[in-house]
Design a protein around this ligand. Structure first.
Ligand code: ADP
Ligand code: AMP
Length: 217
């Protein structure tokens, strides 16, 4: 049976950064709903065009299309060993839908590491974030710089700053998180799946605590 892990935390907490490390360690597929939307946007699919306005405003894409997109993705063969979900679920309705989809696939969520970081730190993290448009690897100009300035360590691509990492949009995204996603902390606490990790530590310390939590979970 597959292992299903949900990375919970506000935008900029370090979910994508940790996902790369954890997915490799456990041989899980890394499924980021944000990456899936950005891929659709790049390819100008109907879904991408629909999502664009919401993303640019820092709002959530409606539940029905988001759930359908993630359901299709986690049903593919490369997800049979399990999935590390990053950025999904983001609402209680998405969490309920996920429970149903996993039951159909014969699985269930085994652990929900929650990376906690205060809002002022998030703003600094997101405004210094640089992303590789080719492989999705994330960097920070101060905390996790690439070896060669402006270039991805993995494939040498020119790094870019995300449209929605502008200060006004970042603030909106954090507000949306507080209102719509933060209730999931209690949701997974009630199911005894939540493990809180202090996300203000170094990337290495956060990884170590998360790996330990997942091994136990
Ligand atoms: P999320 O996927 O949760 O939005 P990211 O993984 O993209 O967050 O991280 C946001 C930014 O913070 C990136 O620039 C990343 O390099 C940086 N970052 C991630 N974890 C840490 C950490 N523990 N300490 C300092 N900076 C970090
Ligand atoms: P992220 O890469 O996780 O920061 O997501 C970027 C943007 O994609 C968000 O601000 C939302 O507009 C959209 N998005 C990503 N995941 C979801 C989700 N689970 N539900 C709704 N919208 C999402």
């Amino acid at each position: 049976m597959g292992k299903y892990i949900i990375l919970l935390g506000p935008p900029g907490a370090g979910k994508g950064t940790q996902a790369q490390i954890i997915a490799k360690e456990f041989g899980l597929a890394h499924v980021s709903s944000g990456d899936l939307f950005r891929e659709n946007l790049k390819n100008q699919t109907e879904l991408g065009k629909l999502a664009q306005g919401y993303m640019n405003r820092g709002e959530l894409v409606p539940d029905d299309v988001t759930i359908a997109m993630v359901k299709e993705r986690i049903s593919r063969p490369d997800c049979a060993q399990g999935v590390l979900l990053d950025g999904f679920p983001r609402t209680p309705a998405q969490a309920d839908a996920l429970e149903k989809v996993l039951a159909e696939l014969g699985g269930k969520v085994s652990c929900v590491p929650y990376i906690s970081v205060a809002p002022d730190v998030l703003i600094e993290r997101l405004s210094g974030r640089w992303t590789c448009p080719a492989c999705g690897n994330v960097y920070h100009e101060k905390y996790n710089p690439p070896k060669s300035a402006g270039k991805c360590d993995k494939d040498g691509s020119e790094l870019i700053q995300r449209e929605d990492d502008k200060p006004a949009t970042v603030e909106r995204r954090i507000r949306v998180y507080m209102e719509q996603t933060a209730p999931l902390i209690q949701y997974y606490q009630d199911r005894n799946l939540l493990v809180e990790v202090d996300g203000t530590q170094s990337i290495e310390s956060v990884s170590q605590q998360m790996l330990a939590a997942i091994r136990k979970g």
